[in-house]
Design a protein around this ligand. Structure first.
Ligand SMILES: *Cc1c(COP(=O)(O)O)cnc(C)c1O
Length: 426
């Protein structure tokens, strides 16, 4: 039986605890698991049998979360990790080698731009930034060393919606996986795999947990990419020396990427999600659809109010009829454009800083996707490390604030913005 999203967000991956019957998924706060005997231990270490060895690799609470997110995204499997940024490295790790590159969108979370433009160079990897709306530019950027294309479904902070089907087509023609960061949309609003994505990554820190209590990430694999079709992905298609020459794709088929993520990625990189964090995230996901509906409803009301206010120079929300991305919503995220957008103030940089300082209900924080309404002036904070050109391309120009609309009463959100805008204009 195919359950609906609201049912799956509560039940997928979970079952009453086999030892106690506990209805809610227990927090398995344990580092290690007792082997039945020496033969059992050997089989587990050889990947001949699936089971629990050590919580850096697998943990029953984390396993429920992995299955829950994989199900909601329509993927074959998922690997949880310690943050959204860890998930991005975990997604690229099996695909890349020194000298290889990834083609990435210019419209990304500020931290991702830094990770891709600076930090991955230390691994000998590089990123080529392109306008993700320009299919010719994506094609032109792809070369023999390219191993993936990376973009966000609804881009943070500008709310730009990527034409995933068109990008997936370019990736497909080049024999490359498309990796989509679905953090801002969540699987309730957008299911990138249905639009051709190979891998989906999330910062679970945001909407999936939904209340600002944990950092966590996840990589979901569609299970549909043929890693053996070319010689580009030897980690998945060729013998793995650390497992007696086992070939992941040949052995695990659609679960090759997931098994590699656990058996090599988590084992050796150690970017593991702890069971307590998995528990909080499971609690959050139970109400994901309810929260996202309210986030979207509130965001439309607030964005419309802002758009008609004469202290405002512009609002980027794709849920507004005036947005150039409004047409894409029907195709990519028909249930709504999320709760995140930017607002340009006529008063420029100074007004942005005053607005942030005078809001009372809103919190001035470097986070998004909370039940609380949040605001940040990206240019002076999250996007501070970027050049002015990069800031503009990422939708974080100096005269712009990023707003993450919470699930409070929309009238209260609007009233708070109104009083703070009055002070910011002086
Ligand atoms: C926050 C965020 C990240 C990074 O996630 P962390 O959990 O903070 O490491 C990546 N992508 C997007 C779109 C984000 O909003």
């Amino acid at each position: 039986m195919a359950y609906g999203f609201d049912t799956l967000q509560i039940h997928a991956g979970a079952r009453p605890d086999p030892a106690t019957g506990a209805r809610q998924t227990p927090i398995y706060q344990t580092t290690a698991y007792v082997f039945r005997d020496a033969e059992h231990a050997a089989a587990l270490f050889n990947l001949q049998e699936v089971g629990y060895i050590y919580s850096r690799l697998t943990n029953p609470t984390v396993a429920v979360l992995q299955e829950r997110v994989a199900t909601l995204e329509g993927g074959a499997g998922a690997v949880c990790c310690s943050s959204g940024h860890a998930a991005q490295i975990m997604a690229l790790f099996p695909l890349m080698e020194p000298g290889r590159n990834v083609v990435v969108s210019t419209r990304l979370y500020g931290g991702s731009i830094t990770q891709f433009s600076q930090t991955i160079k230390r691994f000998g990897w590089s990123a080529k930034f392109v306008d993700i709306d320009d299919m010719d530019a994506i094609s032109a950027a792809i070369d023999d060393d390219t191993r993936a294309i990376f973009c966000e479904s609804i881009a943070n902070p500008g709310g730009h919606i990527a034409d995933l089907d068109a990008i997936a087509k370019v990736a497909d023609q080049a024999g490359l996986p498309l990796i989509v960061d679905n953090t801002s949309a969540t699987p309730f609003l957008c299911r990138p795999i249905e639009h051709g994505a190979t891998l989906v990554v999330h910062s679970m820190t945001k909407y999936l947990t939904g209340n600002g209590t944990v950092t966590g990430g996840v990589v979901v694999d569609s299970g549909t990419f043929d890693w053996s079709a070319s010689d580009k992905f030897p980690s998945l298609s060729q013998p793995e020396p650390a497992y007696h020459g086992l070939k992941f794709h040949e052995t695990f088929g659609p679960l090759a990427f997931t098994f590699h993520g656990i058996a090599v990625g988590l084992r050796d990189l150690g970017m593991t999600l702890n069971p307590q964090a998995a528990h909080y995230t499971l609690m959050g996901i139970e109400t994901l659809s309810l929260r996202m509906e309210r986030h979207c409803e509130n965001a439309v009301r607030v964005a419309e109010w802002l758009e008609n206010d004469d202290r405002i120079a512009g609002v980027t929300y794709a849920g507004l009829k005036s947005s150039p991305y409004n047409d894409r919503m029907a195709k990519i995220c028909p249930r709504g454009a999320g709760g995140l957008f930017t607002v340009a103030l006529k008063g420029g940089y100074d007004s942005c800083v005053k607005l942030v300082d005078n809001l009372e209900l809103f919190s001035h924080v470097a986070n998004l996707g909370d039940t609380r309404s949040l605001i940040i002036h990206s240019a002076s904070t999250t996007h501070r490390q970027l050049t002015p050109e990069q800031q503009k391309a990422a939708g974080a120009a100096p005269d712009v604030v990023r707003i993450s609309i919470g699930t409070e009463d929309a009238n209260d959100i609007i009233a708070d913005l109104d009083q703070a805008l009055s002070k910011a204009a002086n």
